[in-house]
Design a protein around this ligand. Structure first.
Ligand SMILES: O=P(O)(O)OC[C@@]1(O)O[C@H](CO)[C@@H](O)[C@@H]1O
Length: 309
């Protein structure tokens, strides 16, 4: 079973217009609202591929209720930890140049809220299950809240995948997750190292089992104790890259759930890259073009970078 945790879910509003001009009034050609936040996107992609998956995190207010209602149209099971504040909205503006995002901070939470969340996630997790924790943490989150959740789940025998950023990358690595998924800029900022292989190895040294570095149109880099591998997508023009990283995490979670670890994870990189590209082809985050996924995964090659570290 795969569980996802989104500490800071969002009602994603996506506006399409021809050309975004700062300081001007725009009339959108189209607007959609979808249940979002990185872990929810991971869950929606996994559900679209036929996996049984649930999601949890902090939810509150009428925006939270609306998000829950929208998500109830999918097969994703929901188990929210309710908080007093209002779930946030995020705005994505897609124009000819790409996607521009404005993310609200989210409702404040306290340490006792994280304790309730931790108990709820542990209650539905069995040894061997995969738990994906993705996205930013809401205001009020303490330095130890996320690492403590990861450690509790690792101690309970779960395989934990974390997509986070900032100094939390270093503290979460020490909690022993199966995989960490920063993008190359987040990895550089957290470790201070320009070389992504060196940065990933720093996270391995601190305790992560593997590190998957997403590099946008340059594909993904996987670093484990057994070596490093690179996989690149075919060039894609246009589309909405919001949520491409979440689709990559979904493919990774499916791989880990199938028993892949260490060097065997490299065999799943074509799935990771193809699913991520298939997400770019869809108008909103959390959706994938399944035909494109099936077509693209056969054309992606994985290249080993060097010998074991
Ligand atoms: O503020 P965070 O948690 O870092 O990112 C939130 C977010 O922008 O990421 C997703 C795309 O990856 C969107 O669905 C969502 O609104």
């Amino acid at each position: 079973m795969i569980h996802t945790v989104t500490p800071n879910p969002a009602l994603d509003l996506t506006y399409r217009l021809a050309h975004l001009q700062v300081g001007e009034v725009h009339r959108a050609d189209d607007v959609t609202e979808t249940p979002g936040g990185k872990g929810i996107n991971v869950a929606r992609v996994l559900a679209a591929l036929g996996h049984e998956v649930d999601c949890g995190g902090f939810l509150g207010g009428s925006t939270g209720e609306h998000l829950e209602h929208l998500l109830s149209h999918s097969s994703v099971h929901q188990d929210w930890t309710l908080v007093a504040g209002e779930t946030r909205r995020t705005v994505t503006i897609v124009d000819e140049a790409g996607a521009t995002l404005i993310n609200e901070p989210g409702p404040p939470v306290a340490h006792r809220d994280w304790e309730r969340l931790s108990r709820a996630v542990q209650a539905r997790t069995r040894a061997g299950d995969v738990v994906v924790i993705s996205g930013s943490t809401p205001p009020g989150t303490g330095e130890t809240d996320l690492p403590d959740l990861v450690r509790a789940l690792v101690d309970a025998g779960a395989q934990v995948i974390v997509d986070t950023s900032g100094p939390a990358l270093l503290t979460v690595a020490a909690a022993g997750p199966a995989v960490l998924k920063p993008n190359h800029l987040e990895l550089q900022a957290a470790t201070g190292l320009d070389d992504p292989v060196a940065g990933a190895r720093e996270l391995l040294r601190r305790g992560a089992g593997a590190v998957l570095v997403s590099r946008g149109s340059d594909g993904v880099l996987l670093v484990t104790a057994d070596g490093a591998w690179l996989a690149r997508p075919e060039p894609i023009s246009g589309g909405n890259p919001t949520g491409a990283g979440d689709a990559a995490v979904a493919a990774l979670a499916a791989a880990v759930a199938s028993g892949a670890e260490g060097a065997a994870l490299a065999g799943h990189l074509p799935d990771v890259v193809a699913l991520s590209a298939a997400a770019v082809l869809m108008p909103t985050a959390g959706a994938v073009d399944t035909d494109a996924y099936a077509r693209l995964r056969t054309s992606i090659r994985t290249e080993p970078l060097d010998a074991a570290c």
